[in-house]
Ligand binder design. Sequence first.
Ligand code: SF4
Ligand code: SF4
Length: 112
Amino acid sequence: MSGFSMPSFSGPCRVLKFDADKCVGCNLCVDACPLDVMIPNPEPGLEPIVVFAEECWFCGGCVQECPHGAITLIFPAKQRISTIFKRKDTGEEFRIGQKKPMPPNIVPPSGE
Ligand code: SF4
Ligand code: SF4
């Protein structure tokens, strides 16, 4: 690795995870990223280097572009936490305090 190319540790999270067994170092993901979050790895054939993790929008463009399915997006923890709970025994999903069944939405669409 070049002495001038280091992963960014200041981002909200790791952002991208590359599967080294699948990545062929084609850099299609690098070209696809609108924010230039990654740079090509100076070692041919190796996965790109994330240099601006804090600028990632989590748009998924790089994941879609990768022909080998080698990229996994790692969302920040606060975006992974859901307010919907699931009962282990029944699989029922619910919100705390939610009436059952959910009352119908009687608010008319905006503009009417
Ligand atoms: S998710 Fe979007 S912004 Fe983030 S690295 Fe991939 S293409 Fe770039
Ligand atoms: S597009 Fe996929 S295979 Fe190509 S460099 Fe990026 S992660 Fe590796």
